[in-house]
Design a protein around this ligand. Structure first.
Ligand SMILES: NC(=O)c1ccc[n+]([C@@H]2O[C@H](COP(=O)([O-])OP(=O)(O)OC[C@H]3O[C@@H](n4cnc5c(N)ncnc54)[C@H](O)[C@@H]3O)[C@@H](O)[C@H]2O)c1
Length: 267
């Protein structure tokens, strides 16, 4: 039997990048996938082209190999949309066993140039978004007496980033939420962990590169400082960690931070 047969996973930011790779990996291991994404161009950051076509093609790809997938569309900042998506997952699959809080944005801004709107968008999507998802989904996990929540923070949730104060604050905030939720949810059999990847080869990096007038590789090399000689890691490298943490082999992992940084944080 596939490892996640009869399990249901709710993934935010599932159309592209790491969310998409995780959705495919979970579905290949038998999980039913609720793939939530804004799937349209949002006002900030400038790179965020709409991912509507990718969300449709994800569903088609999963169904082509016999998997189950629903694709609720909405913004993680919008409580009504998140509530509707959680309800849609419950209606379709009867439960949510795993949440991958993955939707996020990134952009650069020096301290004195950062606008209120930029600060608010970063904190609202990267930090409040996961809170919105968890507060709506947790009642179902509590009722089931089990669950796993995996938060996609970043190496920037464990260190500082240049021209990234809003991003760094949002990602440290998500590390903090991981700790707080782990404490509150452990009595209900619900585990909560965060992951901390170095630069990942996704459309986010392409978008940052376009805004900076550089190639994605230059962006990755400038911001990474990986010890292993790679500019970035691949979305599938992250999925391997996510699936391990979601599974029973990680049954005693909670409240912890899992680094996948090609050595970056060792310096
Ligand atoms: N790419 C990296 O180098 C890197 C490194 C470490 C951590 N991360 C984090 O990993 C996560 C995924 O990043 P990625 O590289 O796959 O990014 P990506 O831009 O390639 O994909 C992000 C997805 O999230 C969706 N999304 C964006 N805003 C949303 C919103 N408000 N509501 C719902 N969906 C929304 C987008 O449509 C897109 O499909 C993010 O939280 C990011 O901060 C990225």
């Amino acid at each position: 039997m596939a490892e996640f047969e009869n399990k249901s996973v709710f993934i935010t930011g599932a159309a592209r990048g790491q969310g998409r790779a995780a959705a495919l990996a979970f579905a290949k291991e038998g999980a039913a996938v609720a793939a939530f994404d804004v799937a349209t161009k949002i006002e900030y950051p400038a790179y965020a082209e709409g991912a509507g076509e990718e969300l449709r093609s994800l569903k088609a790809e999963i169904e082509a190999f016999g998997g189950k997938c629903i694709t609720p569309v909405g913004d993680v900042r919008d409580d009504n949309a998140v509530t509707a998506a959680v309800e849609a997952a419950i209606a379709a699959f009867g439960k949510i066993d795993i949440i991958f809080n993955n939707a996020g944005i990134c952009a650069y801004a020096p301290i004195e140039e950062m606008t209120d709107d930029e600060w608010d968008a970063m904190i609202d999507i990267n930090l409040k978004g996961p809170m919105n998802v968890v507060r709506r989904a947790v009642p179902y996990m509590k009722k089931a007496g089990s669950g796993v929540i995996i938060n996609n923070s970043s190496v920037m949730g464990l260190r500082g980033g240049r021209r990234l104060s809003h991003y760094t604050a949002s990602k440290w905030g998500l590390t903090g939420l991981t700790k707080a939720w782990a404490i509150e949810l452990a009595p209900f059999g619900i585990r909560v962990v965060s992951i901390h990847p170095t630069g990942v080869n996704t459309p986010m990096n392409d978008g940052l590169a376009a805004m900076e007038g550089k190639t994605p590789k230059e962006i990755a090399e400038a911001s990474a400082g990986n010890l292993l000689p790679v500019p970035w890691i691949e979305p599938e490298d992250v999925s391997h960690l996510v699936l391990f943490l979601a599974g029973d082999k990680a049954r005693y992992a909670t409240g912890s931070q899992f680094v996948l940084d090609a050595g970056l944080l060792s310096v």
